[in-house]
Design a protein around this ligand. Structure first.
Ligand code: NAI
Ligand SMILES: O=C(O)C(=O)[C@H](O)COP(=O)(O)O
Length: 379
């Protein structure tokens, strides 16, 4: 069996080598001829899977993406071909939530904010939105959820509409890219909505670039009327609008989901799905491959106010300001954008660090942020 894997699919050989020949290809540059004899095609978000790529793959039995978003798969075409496919829902939800938390602490430092006085509007309350809401709760930060599809379901949470979201201090976007009715997200933030934001508000986009009309945003920035911007994703990646970068507070190269755990979990989810489909035993699990983390033991600085002490812990594991500095210094072309993503020094999740809390009053918040806690040690 020929198992073709995009080269950024972490631990692909380790997970799939028992089942056949694992062959790697590069996402943006793959050509139909490179994968013509594929039985299984496993990708991440930089491979566009459509008729022009797989039209001649006559023996293809399955397509999987080890990512949460799957707008790079032409699912209508896969349905016509009757090809089973799957994504990896939730694989990197913690990673994105941790990216947003690091961004909030970074902004709070810079703007001298008390985060507990802010309200966050979360647009899209799926895996990422829910993970983020849990961490905000741990930090005592108020939040509102907007998710029309879930509001129409039996989800028991309270949902608000966009007018309430637009009144929040911080707005964080976590929707899939959807072009069709009834709830399209393509250019959800169009010129009028963007123009209604004021310079004290923060707009965070770590979902898909196309959810914000980047051209309209640039025009507003040039006119001097724009919110504080945290941008991980951009329209037309990798050919992004670099003119936007100087107007952002924090800018990164679509790496919000790039924790080691998040990427590896994506591959593991494909492995488990395929094992079921092919009726194979599940012989491998994530823990077999993950290395020990660099930052293993942390102690909060209890001489500091809790926001500062917590931000110290968060930055020890993930400091978004480093990614932002690297982006600002290096990314001025599509090649650099791709290079930065491909060579990203993949970070670990908060849970990889054990925090010695003793009986600190911050223990609940530290646990709620997702750290492992060692109550026996610490002050
Ligand atoms: N920057 C990065 O590295 C990453 C980006 N993503 C992106 O974030 C998106 C969300 O990720 P997950 O939470 O894992 O997906 P999910 O599918 O679990 O949740 C998405 C939620 O958005 C809601 N939604 C759909 N249309 C909406 C609308 N018009 N308004 C408000 N809510 C709407 C859905 O009902 C769903 O609850 C993914 O589709 C992906 O595109 C995900 C992971 C990493
Ligand atoms: O899961 C998603 O959706 C994402 O956006 C991924 O984090 C993107 O992963 P790569 O395309 O960088 O493999």
């Amino acid at each position: 069996m020929n198992i073709y894997c995009e080269d950024s699919l972490l631990y692909a050989r380790e997970f799939f080598c028992d089942w056949g020949e694992v062959r790697l290809f590069s996402g943006r540059t793959v050509k139909p001829d490179d994968i013509q004899d594929a039985d299984i095609l496993l990708v991440r978000s930089t491979t566009q899977v459509n008729q022009s790529l797989i039209g001649e793959c006559k023996q293809l039995q399955f397509v999987g993406t080890g990512t949460a978003g799957f707008n790079h798969l032409d699912t209508a075409y896969l349905t016509i071909r009757e090809l089973p496919w799957c994504a990896a829902p939730g694989c990197n939800a913690l990673a994105v939530a941790e990216y947003v938390v690091s961004a909030l602490f970074s902004l709070a430092d810079e703007q001298n904010w008390e985060l507990s006085e802010k309200t966050v509007g979360i647009v899209g309350a799926g895996n990422v939105g829910t993970a983020l809401s849990g961490k905000l709760e741990a930090l005592g930060i108020e939040y509102l959820l907007c998710d029309p599809p879930l509001a129409e379901s039996d989800d028991p949470r309270d949902f608000v509409g966009m007018p309430d979201i637009m009144a929040c201090d911080i707005i964080s976007l976590h929707v899939p890219l959807i072009e069709s009715d009834p709830f399209p997200t393509m250019h959800l933030f169009d010129e009028p909505l963007l123009a209604s934001l004021d310079p004290q508000q923060v707009l965070i986009n770590a979902c898909r670039g196309e959810v914000i009309n980047n051209r309209a945003l640039l025009e507003l920035c040039r006119d001097g009327s724009f919110p504080m911007l945290v941008m991980d994703v951009w329209e037309h990646e990798p050919d992004i609008c670099t003119e936007l970068v100087p107007y952002t507070q924090l800018a990164t190269a679509h790496i919000a989901g790039h924790t080691l755990e998040g990427k590896a979990r994506g591959t593991e989810m494909l492995y488990q799905h395929l094992a079921m489909l092919l009726n194979k035993p599940v012989a491998h699990k994530l823990a077999d491959f993950l290395p020990s983390p660099d930052v293993a033991e942390l102690t909060p600085d209890t001489t500091l106010a809790s926001q500062q002490a917590l931000s110290g812990l968060v930055f020890s594991v993930y400091d978004i300001r480093r990614d932002d500095a690297h982006f600002r210094a290096n990314v001025d072309s599509s090649e650099q954008f791709e290079y930065t993503r491909k060579h990203y020094a993949i970070r670990r999740e908060f849970a990889s660090a054990s925090v010695s809390t003793g009986n600190s009053s911050m223990t609940k918040a530290i646990l709620g942020l997702g750290f492992s806690v060692n109550p026996a040690k610490g002050e």
